[in-house]
Write a protein that binds this ligand. Structure first.
Ligand SMILES: [Zn+2]
Length: 395
């Protein structure tokens, strides 16, 4: 078990620290390959040392942030690492319960990982089958960052998004147009998706040039590592780029986007005419939009518990369209109440089964809807801000 402790002890330590040297010796001394690259902008240096033993060490700006032990063969290690030396358990026999005993902690789950919290670090594992059955463990790692919550350092070398942003040859700064083009290409190839992007990638430059927004950001999710690449153009100062996980992406500061007439060029404004359009909404409850074919889409807010709420987006069926045509907004109030009462986050609910937010194949539709109601959200926010100004003037 001393070696498991050693793995945890090296987290945060510099490359010259005696415990890091001891670890490197145990892993084989000299790495077979070393990957060094700049990550994000402002940038930090990520170094990944791969050893013939099947071990890897990842450092950020010279400090260890993760150690990976590959149980299976990898391109740099013909056989996997022998886990018996590290946790007293043979890798091909290790199950989640066995690991829990070895680590002396209870398993938790985040993203594609099962993990344990120990001594300010995390012991993380990947299985490629049932974790209660032996033979399925692929990799064991210790990491400083919480799996599922924070980006994992080994994703710095992701084959899809690991080389972004694009940097200039002369300076280390990012090149905005080349980065946008690279993001666009990968989105068109289906490797990145921009479903929940605050600003569509195609509008980023126009919005930035308009000077209407302090910061304008596009976010694209990677299909390989699930991290989100966020490219931000600032009214003042150079562009920035970060990789973040989903929750963090949602918490980033966002400004509403002004109506397209205020910043779009002629072709962008013409395209907006052809797109799905906002029709109506009830504050705090629902939004309604119509696509060019005449189909109606309703997004209604539901409350799952006092802590969690969400929204359900459905295409109205024939009966519901008729209901809306005769009953108007009040019919939609009632429909939104029925959706809320049906537990629409689950497949047991008839609305849950129609919920386009749960349908990966509907990403384009969801993006169109989001764009359609965004202008209206902006109008609503301006109104609220004006209201607040009036109120504070009265006080
Ligand atoms: Zn990726």
């Amino acid at each position: 078990m001393r070696r498991l402790q050693l793995l945890l002890d090296v987290l945060g330590a510099g490359e010259d620290h005696p415990t890091v040297r001891e670890l490197v010796d145990l892993l084989g001394g000299t790495p077979v390959t070393t990957d060094e690259r700049l990550v994000d902008e402002p940038a930090h240096v990520s170094r990944r040392l791969s050893f013939a033993s099947g071990g890897e060490v990842v450092l950020h700006d010279g400090a260890v942030v993760a150690v990976l032990l590959h149980v299976r063969p990898t391109p740099f290690a013909r056989t996997g690492i022998d886990l018996r030396h590290w946790i007293g358990l043979a890798g091909r026999r290790a199950t989640l319960d066995g690991l829990a005993k070895a680590v002396d902690a209870r398993p938790r789950f985040g993203g594609r990982y099962a993990y344990f919290e120990r001594d300010g670090g995390f012991v993380r594992c990947i299985f490629d089958g049932r974790w209660r059955e032996p033979g399925n463990l692929v990799e064991l790692a210790v990491t400083l960052d919480q799996p599922g919550r924070a980006c994992q350092p080994d994703d710095d070398t992701c084959s899809v998004c690991g080389d972004l942003p694009v940097r200039g040859a002369a300076s280390d700064g990012l090149v905005v147009d080349a980065t946008i083009a690279a993001l666009q290409r990968r989105r068109d190839d289906g490797l990145l998706t921009e479903t929940y992007s605050p600003a569509p990638l195609a509008d980023l430059r126009l919005l930035h040039r308009s000077g209407l927004m302090e910061r304008v950001e596009s976010q694209l999710e990677c299909s390989a590592c699930r991290r989100i690449s966020a490219l931000t153009l600032h009214r003042e100062g150079p562009a920035t780029f970060v990789h973040v996980m989903y929750d963090e992406a949602r918490r980033r500061p966002m400004e509403a986007i002004p109506p397209v007439e205020q910043w779009g060029d002629a072709s962008r404004i013409a395209a907006a005419e052809e797109a799905m359009r906002y029709l109506d909404h009830r504050p705090g409850s629902w939004f309604l939009a119509r696509d060019p074919d005449g189909d109606l889409y309703l997004e209604s807010r539901y409350v799952r518990s006092s802590m969690v709420d969400g929204s359900c987006l459905v295409r109205l069926d024939a009966a519901e369209v008729e209901g809306y045509e005769t009953g108007g907004a009040e019919y939609l109030d009632d429909l939104a109440r029925r959706i809320d009462g049906s537990r629409p986050w689950s497949q047991d609910s008839p609305f849950g089964r129609r919920n386009l937010h749960l349908d990966r194949g509907a990403a384009d539709l969801v993006a169109e809807f989001t764009t359609a109601v965004r202008d209206h959200r902006w109008v609503a926010e301006q109104r609220q801000a004006a209201h607040r100004r009036v109120r504070s003037a009265e006080d």
